[in-house]
Design a protein around this ligand. Structure first.
Ligand SMILES: Cc1cc2nc3c(=O)[nH]c(=O)nc-3n(C[C@H](O)[C@H](O)[C@H](O)COP(=O)(O)OP(=O)(O)OC[C@H]3O[C@@H](n4cnc5c(N)ncnc54)[C@H](O)[C@@H]3O)c2cc1C
Length: 418
């Protein structure tokens, strides 16, 4: 059986392994973490393409996989609903998808504690060298190792993430810890708060143990806040004065930073949301754009966030990784000995797709990025945000993703092959 090495054992790597297995390859995933990956309970928006590709992998997206939100609302500073619209989003959680994908993969095909150092190729195959001194050989290697990809760094050192000028503060609270009157009022809704220059959204997600039953769910908050590079450097500095350039681990965020953002929530966002936020231990993720000008390097291929990172406004990072995986599997499905033409086909399809997804995310985050510019340099759109436009963009996200998928002819990869 032909063997593919998948580097990175998060959602993108797992979906790639499932897709390649479904085309008859032996896929082995190598994840650098020593222990099973754990999420901080964060939510994950889904799109129909992700659900269809999971189905291809044999994973049914039933009611235990996510929570349907019926309505999107915008709350003003006093907590009053100022706009409301029906919506059809299903909100899942990183951990829920991870569990389903991980459980469906044989244990021997998922190896923890395998930190890729470098890749070597020759005429007949590709070798992955790991930090523990071991090596593995395959015919193909998939770099699904995220925004700081080691595979990409080896072949494309010039492709670096570009900071978008804002961070996402994220927080999750168990449903039973949400005050009952607030739970009753907003828990089931997709909620926006739009303080000047900022954007906060909140929605229900599966709770601990991925439970979607009422009373055992969780509430997820994402708060986008413009943050200049000096402030970001300070936020990424721990109490011992150490600076974490590639992102500070949440437990090391200084207590006064967390107290500060909670105090600002009380001033800036609706009181219901500020109340929930105050009961959490929030952490932040800087937002980046990343574009790779090339995805195939001989027998090494980039997918998911290793290839392109689109800002999270579209909620489609995992959907994008799944489409990459399905496209790769379909491109090499009937490959004979060499993989050249098949991999070139994958690159031809996924390069423009990734670039368009990044452009979509950039457009949706332009108002937030513009906050760091002097007012006189901002366009009218960057100066004034229309609440209806924000909700309309939310309501049409799946259509925007579908338009890009269809325009690129990628819809065929989403469907199970005949
Ligand atoms: C604020 C925010 C909100 C988001 N919201 C959503 C959403 O609602 N919906 C959605 O679909 N997406 C969302 N995303 C994006 C989503 O998290 C990713 O796009 C998606 O999970 C695909 O990730 P990936 O598997 O390609 O990379 P990652 O999840 O980054 O995984 C990379 C894996 O590779 C491993 N690794 C790295 N280097 C090595 C190495 N050298 N050797 C071995 N292993 C290695 C890492 O440990 C990690 O497990 C959001 C992102 C952010 C920042």
């Amino acid at each position: 059986m032909r063997r593919v090495l998948v580097i990175g054992g998060s959602l993108g790597g797992l979906i790639a392994a499932h897709m390649l297995r479904s085309t008859g390859w032996e896929a082995v995933v190598f994840e650098r973490n020593e222990e099973e990956l754990a999420s901080r309970g964060v939510g994950l928006g889904t799109h129909p393409q992700l659900i269809a590709i999971l189905k291809r992998a044999g994973i049914a997206f039933d009611e235990t996989m996510g929570i349907k939100v019926p309505k999107v609302v915008c709350l003003d500073r006093d907590g009053k609903i100022i706009v409301e619209q029906p919506t059809v989003r299903t909100m899942s959680g990183w951990a829920r998808l991870y569990r389903a994908l991980r459980d469906a993969l044989p244990a021997q095909n998922y190896r923890l504690g395998k930190n890729l150092r470098r890749v070597e190729q020759d005429g007949s195959g590709i070798t992955a060298h790991f930090a523990d001194g071991t090596r593995e050989r395959g015919e193909l290697l998939v770099g699904a190792d995220g925004i700081r990809s080691t595979v990409r760094a080896q072949y494309l050192p010039q492709a670096q993430p570009a900071y978008a000028g804002y961070v996402a503060w994220r927080a999750v609270l168990d449903e039973d810890l949400v005050p009952p009157e607030i739970r009753h009022e907003i828990f089931d809704l997709y909620t926006f708060c739009l303080p000047e220059g900022e954007q906060l959204l909140a929605y229900p997600v599966p709770g601990r143990d991925n439970d979607t039953t009422i009373g055992r769910r969780a509430y997820n908050i994402v708060w986008y806040r413009p943050t200049d590079v000096n402030t970001l450097a300070d936020l990424c500095t721990d109490a011992a004065g150490r600076h974490h350039a590639a992102g500070i681990p949440p437990p090391l965020i200084r207590p006064e930073v967390i107290a500060g953002v909670k105090a600002e929530a009380k001033v800036l966002v609706a009181p219901q949301i500020a109340e929930i936020f105050a009961r959490t231990t929030p952490f932040f993720q800087p937002i980046y754009d990343l574009e790779s000008p090339q995805l195939v390097f001989g027998r090494a291929v980039l997918t998911g966030d290793a290839a392109f990172v689109a800002r999270p406004h579209v909620g489609a990072g995992t959907t994008k990784a799944a489409i990459d995986a399905a496209s790769l599997a379909d491109s090499i499905r009937d490959a004979g000995g060499a993989l050249g033409a098949e991999l070139n086909r994958y690159e031809r399809m996924q390069l423009p797709f990734g670039a368009e997804m990044v452009a979509l995310g950039r457009r949706q985050g332009a108002y937030l990025s513009a906050q760091l510019k002097p007012e006189e340099e901002r366009s009218a759109e960057e100066l004034h945000r229309d609440i209806d436009d924000v909700l309309r963009a939310h309501g049409t996200r799946s259509e925007q993703v579908r338009a890009i998928v269809n325009a690129r002819g990628l819809d065929v990869h989403v469907q199970a092959p005949m």
